[in-house]
Design a protein around this ligand. Structure first.
Ligand SMILES: [Zn+2]
Length: 122
């Protein structure tokens, strides 16, 4: 597997069932450190998004791009780029795909997940 690929993975507390981002060392609800790693399931739903018209340095080759919060059917949420900036609607379904999102500043390709709307353009 390509080491540049970042998988979407969250922690589910084995004590209380609380779901949280995997960067936390202890459960935010009960302070347990006993977790199961879980992946998103099903399609994602667009919860919110914004269009960046002045991209940061890493994405300088893009004129603009969309950044959205996507929630999966098992309640995992993630932040990610969306493959297009037009015809985006809150509640629409998206699927994660892997692709190069930018040439990094050190010249290496950055390949990660980006969300592609399931609905076709009208
Ligand atoms: Zn807990």
């Amino acid at each position: 597997m390509n080491e540049n690929i970042i998988e979407i993975r969250w922690k589910k507390c084995n004590n209380c069932g609380f779901l949280q981002h995997n960067s936390h060392l202890r459960c935010l609800q009960c302070k347990s450190d006993n977790f199961s790693l879980i992946n998103p399931s099903g399609l994602g739903t667009l919860v919110s998004y914004t269009i960046l018209n002045a991209p940061p340095m890493e994405f300088r080759e893009k004129k603009s791009y969309a950044l959205g919060i996507i929630e999966f059917s098992n309640n995992i949420k993630t932040l990610g780029q969306i493959t297009r900036t037009d015809n985006l609607k809150i509640g629409m379904k998206l699927k994660p795909i892997y692709q190069e999102i930018c040439p990094n500043l050190d010249g290496k390709k950055v390949i990660t997940y980006i969300f592609e709307p399931i609905e076709k353009l009208a």
